[in-house]
Design a protein around this ligand. Sequence first.
Ligand code: AMP
Ligand code: FES
Ligand code: ZN
Length: 303
Amino acid sequence: MRCAICKKKAEVYLPHHNLALCREDFINFFLKRVKKAIDDFNMFEKEDRILLAVSGGKDSLSLWHALLKLGYNAIGLFIDLGIDKFSKLAREVVEKFSKKNKTNLITVKLENEFGGNTLPQIVERTKAIPCKVCGKIKRYYFDRIASKENFDVIATGHNLDDESAFLLGNVLNWNIEYLAKQLPALPEEDGFKKKVKPLIYLTEREIAIYAFFNEIYYNELNCPFSKKAKSHFYKESLHQMELSFKGLRIKFFKGFLRNQKIFGKVEKNYSLSPCKICGYPTSKEICGVCKIKINLGLIEREK
Ligand code: AMP
Ligand code: FES
Ligand code: ZN
Protein backbone atom coordinates (compact mmCIF):
# COMPACT_ATOMS: atom_id res chain seq x y z
CA MET A 1 0.00 0.00 0.00
CA ARG A 2 1.21 3.53 -0.82
CA CYS A 3 0.95 6.69 1.30
CA ALA A 4 -2.01 8.76 0.08
CA ILE A 5 0.09 11.94 0.37
CA CYS A 6 3.68 11.23 -0.75
CA LYS A 7 3.21 7.81 -2.46
CA LYS A 8 6.06 6.30 -0.42
CA LYS A 9 5.47 2.92 1.24
CA ALA A 10 2.59 3.28 3.72
CA GLU A 11 3.07 2.08 7.33
CA VAL A 12 -0.40 2.77 8.69
CA TYR A 13 -3.92 2.22 7.43
CA LEU A 14 -6.72 4.19 9.12
CA PRO A 15 -9.96 2.37 8.23
CA HIS A 16 -12.42 5.04 9.36
CA HIS A 17 -10.70 7.66 7.20
CA ASN A 18 -9.93 5.08 4.48
CA LEU A 19 -6.42 6.48 4.49
CA ALA A 20 -2.99 4.85 4.15
CA LEU A 21 -0.01 6.92 5.35
CA CYS A 22 3.74 6.72 5.72
CA ARG A 23 5.28 7.41 9.14
CA GLU A 24 6.03 11.08 8.50
CA ASP A 25 2.60 11.86 7.06
CA PHE A 26 0.88 9.97 9.88
CA ILE A 27 2.67 12.16 12.44
CA ASN A 28 1.59 15.27 10.49
CA PHE A 29 -1.98 13.93 10.32
CA PHE A 30 -1.96 13.37 14.10
CA LEU A 31 -0.65 16.86 14.86
CA LYS A 32 -3.24 18.41 12.53
CA ARG A 33 -6.06 16.56 14.33
CA VAL A 34 -4.81 17.86 17.70
CA LYS A 35 -4.53 21.41 16.34
CA LYS A 36 -8.01 21.17 14.80
CA ALA A 37 -9.57 20.19 18.14
CA ILE A 38 -7.71 23.05 19.88
CA ASP A 39 -8.93 25.59 17.29
CA ASP A 40 -12.47 24.21 16.82
CA PHE A 41 -13.20 24.69 20.52
CA ASN A 42 -10.93 27.68 21.28
CA MET A 43 -9.11 25.58 23.83
CA PHE A 44 -6.03 27.80 24.20
CA GLU A 45 -3.58 30.07 22.39
CA LYS A 46 0.20 29.97 21.99
CA GLU A 47 0.73 32.41 24.86
CA ASP A 48 -1.46 30.50 27.35
CA ARG A 49 0.05 28.47 30.19
CA ILE A 50 -1.33 24.96 29.97
CA LEU A 51 -1.33 22.57 32.92
CA LEU A 52 -1.39 19.10 31.37
CA ALA A 53 -2.50 16.28 33.67
CA VAL A 54 -0.17 13.38 32.87
CA SER A 55 -0.89 9.90 34.17
CA GLY A 56 2.05 8.13 32.52
CA GLY A 57 -0.29 6.40 30.04
CA LYS A 58 0.02 6.69 26.25
CA ASP A 59 -2.72 9.32 25.88
CA SER A 60 -1.45 12.06 28.15
CA LEU A 61 2.24 11.50 27.23
CA SER A 62 1.47 11.56 23.49
CA LEU A 63 -0.56 14.72 24.04
CA TRP A 64 2.33 16.32 25.90
CA HIS A 65 4.66 15.42 23.01
CA ALA A 66 2.20 16.80 20.41
CA LEU A 67 1.60 20.06 22.30
CA LEU A 68 5.33 20.70 22.60
CA LYS A 69 5.81 19.92 18.90
CA LEU A 70 3.03 22.36 18.03
CA GLY A 71 4.81 25.04 20.09
CA TYR A 72 2.44 25.24 23.07
CA ASN A 73 3.56 25.98 26.62
CA ALA A 74 2.47 22.81 28.41
CA ILE A 75 3.71 21.89 31.89
CA GLY A 76 2.95 18.43 33.25
CA LEU A 77 1.15 17.65 36.49
CA PHE A 78 1.50 14.11 37.84
CA ILE A 79 -0.47 12.94 40.86
CA ASP A 80 1.47 10.13 42.50
CA LEU A 81 -1.27 8.01 44.03
CA GLY A 82 1.11 5.55 45.68
CA ILE A 83 -0.53 2.51 44.07
CA ASP A 84 2.32 -0.04 44.25
CA LYS A 85 4.09 -0.86 40.98
CA PHE A 86 1.48 0.99 38.91
CA SER A 87 2.30 4.45 40.34
CA LYS A 88 6.04 3.73 40.55
CA LEU A 89 6.26 2.93 36.85
CA ALA A 90 3.97 5.86 35.97
CA ARG A 91 6.26 8.21 37.87
CA GLU A 92 9.34 6.83 36.15
CA VAL A 93 7.98 7.28 32.61
CA VAL A 94 6.63 10.77 33.33
CA GLU A 95 9.96 11.91 34.83
CA LYS A 96 11.87 10.35 31.95
CA PHE A 97 9.66 12.15 29.41
CA SER A 98 10.05 15.51 31.13
CA LYS A 99 13.85 15.13 31.29
CA LYS A 100 14.17 13.97 27.68
CA ASN A 101 11.99 16.82 26.39
CA LYS A 102 13.46 19.40 28.79
CA THR A 103 10.05 20.45 30.07
CA ASN A 104 8.77 21.18 33.54
CA LEU A 105 6.85 18.72 35.67
CA ILE A 106 4.91 19.29 38.87
CA THR A 107 4.38 16.22 41.06
CA VAL A 108 1.87 15.93 43.89
CA LYS A 109 2.55 12.95 46.15
CA LEU A 110 -0.65 11.87 47.86
CA GLU A 111 1.27 10.62 50.89
CA ASN A 112 2.54 14.15 51.53
CA GLU A 113 -0.97 15.60 51.31
CA PHE A 114 -2.76 12.95 53.37
CA GLY A 115 -0.51 12.44 56.40
CA GLY A 116 1.48 9.54 54.93
CA ASN A 117 -1.54 7.77 53.41
CA THR A 118 -1.41 6.46 49.83
CA LEU A 119 -4.59 5.97 47.77
CA PRO A 120 -4.91 2.28 48.79
CA GLN A 121 -4.59 3.32 52.45
CA ILE A 122 -7.18 6.09 52.05
CA VAL A 123 -9.54 3.56 50.44
CA GLU A 124 -8.93 1.05 53.22
CA ARG A 125 -9.35 3.57 56.05
CA THR A 126 -12.34 5.50 54.74
CA LYS A 127 -14.08 2.52 53.06
CA ALA A 128 -14.38 4.64 49.91
CA ILE A 129 -14.96 3.35 46.36
CA PRO A 130 -11.44 3.49 44.84
CA CYS A 131 -12.08 5.04 41.40
CA LYS A 132 -14.61 7.50 42.80
CA VAL A 133 -12.36 8.83 45.53
CA CYS A 134 -9.36 8.77 43.16
CA GLY A 135 -11.23 10.88 40.58
CA LYS A 136 -12.35 13.32 43.27
CA ILE A 137 -8.80 13.77 44.62
CA LYS A 138 -7.25 14.14 41.16
CA ARG A 139 -9.79 16.75 40.04
CA TYR A 140 -9.19 18.65 43.29
CA TYR A 141 -5.41 18.86 42.75
CA PHE A 142 -5.76 19.69 39.05
CA ASP A 143 -7.80 22.76 40.02
CA ARG A 144 -5.81 23.68 43.12
CA ILE A 145 -2.45 23.63 41.34
CA ALA A 146 -3.85 25.44 38.28
CA SER A 147 -5.24 28.23 40.50
CA LYS A 148 -2.21 28.46 42.78
CA GLU A 149 0.30 28.53 39.93
CA ASN A 150 -1.81 30.78 37.69
CA PHE A 151 -2.34 28.45 34.75
CA ASP A 152 -4.87 29.47 32.08
CA VAL A 153 -6.24 26.03 31.38
CA ILE A 154 -6.12 22.36 32.45
CA ALA A 155 -5.73 19.74 29.68
CA THR A 156 -6.34 15.99 29.97
CA GLY A 157 -5.65 13.07 27.64
CA HIS A 158 -9.23 11.86 27.09
CA ASN A 159 -9.55 10.47 23.56
CA LEU A 160 -12.30 9.65 21.05
CA ASP A 161 -12.80 6.14 22.45
CA ASP A 162 -13.20 7.53 26.00
CA GLU A 163 -15.56 10.31 24.99
CA SER A 164 -17.78 8.22 22.70
CA ALA A 165 -18.06 5.47 25.36
CA PHE A 166 -18.95 8.10 27.97
CA LEU A 167 -21.49 9.57 25.54
CA LEU A 168 -23.08 6.17 24.89
CA GLY A 169 -23.38 5.57 28.65
CA ASN A 170 -24.90 9.00 29.18
CA VAL A 171 -27.43 8.49 26.38
CA LEU A 172 -28.40 4.98 27.46
CA ASN A 173 -28.97 6.23 31.00
CA TRP A 174 -30.34 9.65 29.97
CA ASN A 175 -27.90 11.50 32.19
CA ILE A 176 -29.02 14.87 30.86
CA GLU A 177 -26.87 16.80 33.30
CA TYR A 178 -23.73 14.98 32.15
CA LEU A 179 -24.72 15.38 28.49
CA ALA A 180 -25.04 19.12 29.11
CA LYS A 181 -21.49 19.19 30.45
CA GLN A 182 -19.77 16.73 28.11
CA LEU A 183 -17.88 19.42 26.19
CA PRO A 184 -14.34 19.21 24.78
CA ALA A 185 -13.75 22.63 26.38
CA LEU A 186 -15.46 23.59 29.63
CA PRO A 187 -15.15 27.31 30.35
CA GLU A 188 -13.81 28.68 33.64
CA GLU A 189 -16.85 28.76 35.88
CA ASP A 190 -17.95 28.69 39.53
CA GLY A 191 -14.34 28.98 40.71
CA PHE A 192 -13.16 26.03 38.59
CA LYS A 193 -10.47 26.50 35.94
CA LYS A 194 -11.10 26.00 32.21
CA LYS A 195 -10.72 22.33 31.19
CA VAL A 196 -9.97 20.95 27.73
CA LYS A 197 -9.52 17.61 25.93
CA PRO A 198 -7.37 18.12 22.79
CA LEU A 199 -7.34 14.39 21.83
CA ILE A 200 -11.08 14.10 21.14
CA TYR A 201 -10.58 13.57 17.39
CA LEU A 202 -8.08 10.72 17.83
CA THR A 203 -8.66 7.05 18.63
CA GLU A 204 -6.72 4.94 21.11
CA ARG A 205 -5.14 3.03 18.22
CA GLU A 206 -3.97 6.23 16.50
CA ILE A 207 -2.48 7.47 19.79
CA ALA A 208 -0.66 4.16 20.36
CA ILE A 209 0.82 4.42 16.84
CA TYR A 210 1.91 8.02 17.48
CA ALA A 211 3.59 6.95 20.74
CA PHE A 212 5.35 4.08 18.96
CA PHE A 213 6.62 6.23 16.07
CA ASN A 214 7.94 8.85 18.48
CA GLU A 215 9.51 6.38 20.94
CA ILE A 216 7.35 7.59 23.81
CA TYR A 217 7.69 5.08 26.64
CA TYR A 218 4.54 4.81 28.70
CA ASN A 219 3.03 2.82 31.54
CA GLU A 220 1.22 -0.19 30.13
CA LEU A 221 0.15 -1.53 33.52
CA ASN A 222 -3.52 -1.30 34.42
CA CYS A 223 -4.48 0.22 37.72
CA PRO A 224 -5.20 -2.72 40.08
CA PHE A 225 -8.45 -1.03 41.12
CA SER A 226 -9.81 -0.77 37.60
CA LYS A 227 -12.50 -3.39 37.22
CA LYS A 228 -14.51 -4.32 34.14
CA ALA A 229 -16.62 -1.24 34.72
CA LYS A 230 -19.61 -0.28 32.57
CA SER A 231 -17.43 2.22 30.69
CA HIS A 232 -15.21 -0.67 29.44
CA PHE A 233 -18.32 -2.44 28.24
CA TYR A 234 -19.55 0.63 26.33
CA LYS A 235 -16.09 1.08 24.78
CA GLU A 236 -15.98 -2.56 23.70
CA SER A 237 -19.53 -2.38 22.25
CA LEU A 238 -18.57 0.64 20.16
CA HIS A 239 -15.43 -1.17 18.94
CA GLN A 240 -17.59 -4.07 17.83
CA MET A 241 -20.03 -1.78 16.02
CA GLU A 242 -17.14 0.06 14.36
CA LEU A 243 -16.02 -3.23 12.77
CA SER A 244 -19.28 -3.33 10.81
CA PHE A 245 -19.87 0.40 10.42
CA LYS A 246 -16.58 2.20 9.70
CA GLY A 247 -16.42 5.69 11.14
CA LEU A 248 -19.42 5.15 13.42
CA ARG A 249 -17.69 6.41 16.57
CA ILE A 250 -16.48 9.69 15.10
CA LYS A 251 -19.90 10.27 13.46
CA PHE A 252 -21.67 9.51 16.73
CA PHE A 253 -19.46 11.87 18.70
CA LYS A 254 -19.34 14.66 16.12
CA GLY A 255 -23.12 14.47 15.70
CA PHE A 256 -23.46 14.93 19.43
CA LEU A 257 -21.13 17.94 19.40
CA ARG A 258 -23.23 19.55 16.65
CA ASN A 259 -26.43 18.99 18.64
CA GLN A 260 -25.02 19.34 22.14
CA LYS A 261 -26.83 22.67 22.77
CA ILE A 262 -30.10 20.72 23.04
CA PHE A 263 -28.87 19.52 26.43
CA GLY A 264 -27.39 22.86 27.44
CA LYS A 265 -30.47 24.33 29.09
CA VAL A 266 -30.57 22.11 32.18
CA GLU A 267 -30.94 24.21 35.29
CA LYS A 268 -28.48 23.43 38.07
CA ASN A 269 -30.34 22.40 41.20
CA TYR A 270 -27.40 23.26 43.46
CA SER A 271 -25.17 26.25 44.07
CA LEU A 272 -21.48 26.32 44.82
CA SER A 273 -19.66 28.20 47.53
CA PRO A 274 -16.09 28.00 48.91
CA CYS A 275 -15.29 25.08 51.25
CA LYS A 276 -15.17 26.38 54.84
CA ILE A 277 -11.80 24.76 55.35
CA CYS A 278 -9.81 25.04 52.11
CA GLY A 279 -11.86 27.40 49.89
CA TYR A 280 -12.40 24.87 47.05
CA PRO A 281 -15.82 25.29 45.36
CA THR A 282 -18.38 22.86 46.80
CA SER A 283 -22.15 22.40 47.01
CA LYS A 284 -21.79 21.44 50.70
CA GLU A 285 -20.15 23.34 53.58
CA ILE A 286 -17.02 21.23 53.38
CA CYS A 287 -15.52 19.83 50.18
CA GLY A 288 -15.00 16.11 49.49
CA VAL A 289 -11.23 16.20 49.96
CA CYS A 290 -11.43 18.00 53.32
CA LYS A 291 -14.02 15.39 54.37
CA ILE A 292 -11.50 12.64 53.59
CA LYS A 293 -8.91 14.47 55.70
CA ILE A 294 -11.42 14.76 58.55
CA ASN A 295 -12.20 11.03 58.25
CA LEU A 296 -8.51 10.24 58.48
CA GLY A 297 -8.21 12.45 61.57
CA LEU A 298 -5.81 14.83 59.82
CA ILE A 299 -7.89 17.98 60.33
CA GLU A 300 -10.77 18.91 62.59
CA ARG A 301 -14.29 19.60 61.39
CA GLU A 302 -14.63 23.04 63.01
CA LYS A 303 -12.03 25.60 62.08
P1 AMP B 1 -8.22 8.02 33.12
O1 AMP B 1 -9.46 8.44 33.83
O2 AMP B 1 -7.27 7.21 33.95
O3 AMP B 1 -8.48 7.44 31.75
O4 AMP B 1 -7.42 9.38 32.85
C1 AMP B 1 -7.94 10.41 32.07
C2 AMP B 1 -6.96 11.57 32.07
O5 AMP B 1 -6.80 12.06 33.40
C3 AMP B 1 -5.55 11.19 31.62
O6 AMP B 1 -5.42 11.23 30.22
C4 AMP B 1 -4.74 12.25 32.29
O7 AMP B 1 -4.81 13.48 31.56
C5 AMP B 1 -5.46 12.46 33.62
N1 AMP B 1 -4.87 11.63 34.71
C6 AMP B 1 -5.23 10.38 35.08
N2 AMP B 1 -4.48 9.95 36.11
C7 AMP B 1 -3.61 10.94 36.43
C8 AMP B 1 -2.58 11.13 37.40
N3 AMP B 1 -2.27 10.18 38.29
N4 AMP B 1 -1.92 12.30 37.42
C9 AMP B 1 -2.21 13.27 36.55
N5 AMP B 1 -3.18 13.16 35.60
C10 AMP B 1 -3.87 12.03 35.54
FE1 FES C 1 -7.50 5.94 40.21
FE2 FES C 1 -7.05 3.48 39.54
S1 FES C 1 -6.09 5.27 38.77
S2 FES C 1 -8.30 4.18 41.13
ZN1 ZN D 1 -11.99 21.76 51.33
